[in-house]
Ligand binder design. Structure first.
Ligand SMILES: Cc1cc2nc3c(=O)[nH]c(=O)nc-3n(C[C@H](O)[C@H](O)[C@H](O)COP(=O)(O)O)c2cc1C
Length: 181
């Protein structure tokens, strides 16, 4: 049984990235337990070095980090706001990054993004992939789904044949990485 932490990196209650991340985690052909984290449960003051020095790191940052450390792998789908991470995700990322250098606990990561635009959040996906991959223990498979409303259906998954082929290939890459563990 693999414990997979799923993160839709958005604070929206209707997050399409959360939907995609959950769909991807369910597509993994192992026996899995899915832990779907809601970023709103980890809302903290905006990161500042002064705050860290005066009050310390918030408990919620340690709670988030514990979910990662107790998992076997992460599926993370990034919403893109103004070409970058959502503020909700970036704040958690900043807080957990000051706990220890190994931010993602050296867990296998599947990195996704989607939007209703033609680029599917590719800019933030590239930023995250480049950053998270630096000296990382594993290769990080990644996939971006453009035009979510057109290309995704909750029952049928990814409707476009070519995009679905790319998605399935990325799922296989991720399964192979999980198999190494
Ligand atoms: C403040 C804001 C900025 C946005 N900036 C971008 C952007 O830079 N690129 C993009 O593709 N979509 C952008 N969008 C549209 C989001 O991709 C869209 O809201 C999407 O649903 C976000 O994913 P989510 O549903 O998982 O939150 C933006 C939306 C908001 C509210």
């Amino acid at each position: 049984m693999k414990r997979i932490v799923v993160i839709g990196a958005s604070s929206s209650s209707k997050s399409i990235n959360r939907k995609l991340a959950n769909y991807a985690a369910k597509s993994i052909s192992f026996d899995t337990e899915i832990i779907d984290l809601n970023l709103n449960d980890f809302e903290m003051p905006i990161y500042s070095e002064d705050l860290q020095n005066s009050l310390g790191i918030p408990q919620k940052a340690f709670d988030f980090k514990r979910e990662i450390s107790e998992s076997d792998a992460l599926v993370l789908s990034l919403a893109e706001h103004n070409g970058s991470y959502t503020a909700a995700f970036k704040n958690i990322y900043d807080w957990i990054s000051v706990i220890e250098a190994d931010i993602w606990c050296s867990k296998p990561i599947l990195l996704l993004s989607t939007s209703n635009g033609v680029r599917g959040g590719k800019t933030v996906l590239e930023t995250a992939h480049s950053r998270f991959s630096r000296d990382y223990k594993y290769q990080i498979p990644y996939f971006s789904l453009p035009n979510f409303n057109k290309n995704f259906n909750i029952n049928e998954g990814i409707l476009d044949v070519r995009l679905n082929q790319d998605f399935q290939a990325v799922i296989i890459d991720f399964e192979n990485i999980l198999n190494e563990n």
